[in-house]
Design a protein around this ligand. Structure first.
Ligand code: ATP
Ligand code: MG
Length: 494
């Protein structure tokens, strides 16, 4: 177990308290919370928290490079570390659990005298561990302070509330969602009494701001076990308050193309997306892509239909993500994916024109994510993965049409220039000359300069229309085929 030197230095300085010249009374100081839990799990902590019996003023005196946010008495100390997780270390004086009238904010922040009181206000036993660093015979030793059997629960891999779960969730309802989040990120289960307390009090989550809910949800979506986390939300009754639109799909059967109900299919799609490590937008879209199905279902049994569920789903997605205060750019992307998730991916059915329309609707930059959504969707149906060559064919077609059209606009000369140069009125000949020039420039891009093109115009002016047209066509067709071949090779399509 290695404690970074930045943390050791801070703990030591607090313990020795060199600013106190008279009595040299040191402070108590411990690393605490998530960082201790992660150390014991052999994981690298994402950030470091320190708790102490020093007051904010005393802490600030010891660590002049700090910023201070008065709310919880936390002093953020700035270190010289290059490691992101150590640049800022938060030092918070021992705190007491205050009274919560609104199930989310303590009415006042009260400081405590003892470490035990500070640990007692923490949410879960595995988060209520403290680490003391000692120097014994000039050697560093560490001691874990554990008043609530946190180490035992770490071994059992359970999330258990510190003290009475019902009371703790009444103080701060967000803790219910945090229990699910930690179970998901740590791959733990929720201890029975804690679990039952969430089930019973799940509606309290409505007291919590959507921003705080969003932040916990993102942490769930970020793990490879995201689907486990979402299903824990359902089992604990939280889902119907946080994402009622997803909860609505539970037990809603589908038609002959599906073996799973809407909810289970959505969950399995998310699971596939998470296992494939697709990005956050694709993961959220995987869970949300059929969110419009419960509303659009017509009929029952194998022939039931869900017309327009993609469009209705896009609307719902927009509404849900706005409610949860996701950033607009993120929302737009997920909505786009949900709206277009029914795209034709059968190469036999996708025409050039179809590919061009898809490209225009979705944008080149979103095609891969849309294909990834399809991968998750199909696997989530219990079907074998779409054969990779089929998806590559789609990519190839998109790239091909995105190269179209090769147009006369790329020339460094235009129709007006030609008319001026030849002193002629608009005529088919102008177009034909442009076509030949284009063909030649495609072949030899160096030739795309005005001087050269002007000299070629004068030469081509000697040919008749028929000859010009033949010259142009032959060359352009040849070139397009060549480009096509290159793209095909890139995607291994023979
Ligand atoms: P992460 O690895 O996600 O940072 P963490 O355990 O460090 O997890 P934080 O939200 O950073 O979680 O909080 C740090 C510590 O503060 C927790 O370990 C816990 O002891 C305490 N804590 C945080 N939020 C609450 C809360 N709502 N109620 C009680 N204690 C909390
Ligand atoms: Mg933390």
């Amino acid at each position: 177990m290695t404690i970074p030197k930045e943390i050791n230095l801070i703990l030591e300085k607090l313990r020795k308290n060199p600013s106190n010249f008279s009595g040299r009374v040191g402070f108590e100081a411990y690393a605490v919370g998530g960082c201790v839990r992660d150390l014991l799990l052999n994981e690298k902590p994402k950030d470091w928290d320190i708790t102490t019996n020093a007051t904010p003023t005393q802490i600030r005196k010891l660590f002049p490079k700090n910023f201070y946010e008065n709310k919880f008495g936390t002093v953020s100390v700035i270190t010289d570390s290059k490691d992101e997780t150590l640049k800022i270390v938060e030092i918070t004086p021992y705190r007491l659990e205050g009274k919560y009238s609104d199930k989310r904010h303590p009415d006042e922040i009260k400081f405590a005298k003892k470490l035990e009181d500070d640990l007692a206000r923490r949410d879960f036993t595995v988060n209520a561990l403290a680490l003391k660093q000692k120097i014994k015979n000039k050697k560093q030793e560490t001691e874990i302070i554990d008043f609530f059997d946190g180490q035992k629960d770490l071994k059992k891999k359970i999330i258990r509330a510190v003290g009475d779960a019902n009371k703790r969730f009444e103080e701060d309802a967000l803790r219910m969602l945090r229990a699910v989040r930690f179970a998901c990120t740590l791959n733990f289960t929720i201890e029975e009494k804690t679990f039952m307390a969430i089930q019973k009090n799940a509606d309290w989550i409505q007291m919590i701001s959507n921003e705080r809910i969003r932040d916990e949800l993102i942490k769930i979506f970020e793990t490879e076990r995201a689907a486990y986390g979402i299903d824990l939300l359902r089992q604990t009754n939280l889902l119907k308050f946080i994402l009622p639109e997803i909860d609505k799909g539970v037990s809603v059967s589908q038609n002959k193309h599906h073996i799973y109900d809407i909810y289970e299919h959505s969950l399995r799609s998310l699971d596939e997306a998470a296992k494939h490590k697709f990005n956050l937008e694709v993961k959220v879209a995987s869970l949300f892509h059929d969110i419009g199905k419960p509303e659009t279902k017509q009929g029952e049994g194998p022939d039931s239909t869900f017309y327009n569920h993609d469009y209705v789903g896009a609307k719902f997605t927009d509404r849900v993500l706005k409610r949860l205060k996701f950033p607009n750019k993120f929302i737009d992307k997920v909505v786009l994916l949900v709206k277009n998730h029914m795209f034709v991916s059968d190469p036999e059915k996708l025409t050039d024109a179809g590919a061009r329309r898809l490209l225009k609707r979705v944008g080149r930059e979103n095609i891969i994510d849309l294909i990834n959504l399809r991968v998750a969707d199909r696997l989530g149906m219990g079907r074998p993965k779409e054969k990779p060559y089929r998806l590559r064919t789609i990519e190839y077609m998109i790239e091909k049409v995105s190269k179209d059209p090769i147009s006369a606009k790329m020339l460094k000369i235009n129709g007006n220039d030609i008319m001026k140069l030849l002193k002629i009125q608009p005529s088919p000949k102008v177009g034909a000359i442009l076509d030949v020039l284009l063909a030649e420039v495609i072949e030899e891009p160096k030739n795309n300069n005005k001087k050269y093109l002007e000299s070629r115009v004068l030469e081509l002016n000697e040919e008749n229309l028929e000859v010009l047209r033949k010259l142009a066509k032959g060359k352009i067709d040849e070139k397009k085929e060549e480009e096509d071949l290159k793209i095909r090779e890139k995607y291994w399509i023979k």
